[in-house]
Design a binder for this molecule. Structure first.
Ligand code: B12
Ligand code: SF4
Ligand code: SF4
Length: 374
């Protein structure tokens, strides 16, 4: 019988091949579909980076003058030529440790390594996602053996400003930062003589969250994204796939999913009503809380004068706190005991509020108070 997986039981599965269906490239392309107009004129107009009020959004997300944006070039440097002289690897554990150090030097805050699972590789990509639905579908063949997951922290104060053009700027900045780290790491590995490809938002063939779960960076939360012990979900992710022989990490049980069972703070406070309050259900072979994509982007585009995306499900998550020792201690307690989880959730409501709001002003932008779901 096909095994059902969830956010932290991946370790038990010898292979996910039969159980899990590949991620859907059409779901992957929702931002592009919005831009080519498939989801209606209002979403198309309100999401357009070219007319956005914020110069950050127009530049970091490749708006009217794409030549100015990192994003326009990073797609081209995801892969490249190999050094023909291959460095022999006799100790995969030492090579993994060295690779992690290199990744951190190049800008990653988190690194985890796993075997590349084909279940997490998209089956095809659109030749030109921004031209429309009729653009050619190019099958993806990605046969690398390993996946290196990297994570970059998003700034706490900027994320607390959500929804606003402040957190949106931080999203753009960290997309560029992680793309650069991933491209530099892939290039470094190719200089060792091994194939390596960076997967980042401008040029990706993989779904990052399950790969990061497999690499031990955290668990899948109710909010549909990766929750890490140090940063919670306050992360950008990228992946480098490679044939460099590496020792792998294992998935971790941090107590996140157990916490999510009782917490529901992201679901309650999601202004788009995109996150489920109920139990997990099986979707494409994985037991999880499935996000309502359309509900999410409808909120993103609801008020283009004030914001153009959202981070509320990151901001309000009790795991998404400052990277300091007492929060590390809390995370460790949450992993171990149900009583601790209850206490921590109670403390989070008392200290930060059930519906947290932070007044943030920066460069003439401001944060907005949006109510929880009704
Ligand atoms: C399309 C997309 C969106 C869409 C749809 C969201 C969605 N859930 O798919 C929209 C535009 C709405 C969106 C919104 C956001 N996104 Co988004 N998004 C993506 C993107 C490009 C593709 C995801 C995808 O293929 N979805 C389609 C299918 C696969 O979705 P799904 O079935 O619901 O599966 C989700 C999870 O269940 C999990 N998953 C899928 N299969 C499996 C299998 C197993 C075993 C497990 C454990 C998990 C798992 O992965 C999916 C989420 O990535 C990824 C980048 C990437 N290539 O991975 C970023 C990404 C997931 N987004 C990210 C973020 C941060 C956000 C936002 C907070 C917005 C923001 N400010 O950046 C919101 C949060 C919304 C939410 N609660 O999920 C980050 C997540 C970082 C993290 N901590 O995990 C990613 C990885 C981008 C990045 N490079 O950092 N996003
Ligand atoms: S990004 Fe905002 S609207 Fe989308 S799921 Fe998260 S909280 Fe809800
Ligand atoms: S807010 Fe609560 S329910 Fe949502 S992901 Fe964080 S811990 Fe889980």
């Amino acid at each position: 019988m096909a095994r059902v997986l969830d956010g932290h039981h991946l370790a038990e599965a010898a292979s996910t091949q039969q159980a899990v269906e590949k991620p859907d490239p059409v779901e992957r392309a929702i931002n592009a579909r919005m831009q080519w107009g498939e989801l209606g004129d209002v979403l198309k107009r309100n999401y357009a980076a070219s007319t956005a009020r914020s110069p950050f959004r127009r530049s970091l997300f490749a708006g009217p003058r794409p030549e100015n944006a990192w994003r326009s070039y990073m797609a081209k440097v995801a892969d490249g030529p190999l050094n023909p002289e291959k460095m022999p690897v006799s100790d995969q554990a030492a090579m993994a440790a060295e690779t992690k150090e290199v990744a951190r030097f190049l800008g990653a805050d988190l690194v985890g390594i796993s075997k590349l699972d084909q279940a997490f590789v998209y089956p095809y990509r659109f030749a030109d996602p921004y031209r429309g639905p009729d653009t050619e579908r190019i099958p993806i063949e990605l046969n690398h053996s390993y996946a290196i997951s990297i994570g970059v922290e998003m700034d706490l104060q900027k994320i607390r400003s959500t929804p606003s053009y402040i957190d949106n700027a931080e999203v753009g900045r960290t997309y560029a930062a992680i793309a650069r780290a991933a491209c530099d790491l892939a290039a470094y590995i190719r200089e060792l003589g091994y194939p390596a490809r960076a997967h980042h938002s401008s040029n990706e063939m993989v779904c990052h969250v399950p790969i990061a779960v497999r690499g031990g960076l955290g668990e899948l939360g109710r909010n549909g994204i990766l929750v890490n012990a140090r940063f919670g979900p306050r992360l950008r992710l990228a992946t480098v796939t490679t044939d460099l022989p590496l020792a792998t990490d294992s998935p971790v049980d941090l107590g996140v999913q157990a916490f999510c069972e009782m917490c529901k703070k992201c679901a309650t406070n999601c202004p788009g009503r995109a996150i489920q309050q109920g139990d997990k259900a099986v979707y494409k072979g994985v037991e999880k809380w499935k996000i309502d994509q359309m509900a999410c982007i409808r909120f993103w585009t609801a008020n283009p004068d004030k914001w153009s995306s959202c981070d509320t499900c990151i901001k309000d998550c009790p795991w998404s706190k400052a990277d300091v020792w007492y929060h590390h201690l809390s995370a460790r307690a949450a992993a171990r005991s149900a009583v601790a989880r209850k206490l921590l959730l109670w403390a989070d409501d008392v200290i930060y509020g059930k519906h947290p709001y932070y007044k943030v002003n920066w460069l003439g932008y401001t944060s907005y108070r949006v109510g929880p779901r009704k």
